[in-house]
Write a protein that binds this ligand. Sequence first.
Ligand SMILES: [Zn+2]
Length: 104
Amino acid sequence: MYINCKCGGKIYDITDGHRDKARWLPDKDWDNFIWALDSLSKMKDETDEERDRAVFNVLKKFKFQTMHQCESCGSIFIFNKGDNKLNIFESNVKENSSTIFSDE
Ligand SMILES: [Zn+2]
């Protein structure tokens, strides 16, 4: 999948680990996410399989969403959770705008 940016840039989303991609969680879910991590850190007597399943369940429960940034112009792209429509937020910072997600 790729997104065509208004500036002519293309944003690809074919693997994880992209410097122009970020994951986000609504702030209303943050405290519960931290509590879930705390619970995972206390799993000492469970098997590896049980811990893996618990981690998977936490990630499934909180459903981080993704956002992308055009490296050329800094615009941000976020898909709506419900209907998967694309929201575009144009950047007013044209220099070093690609450093929002990465400090490389
Ligand atoms: Zn762009």
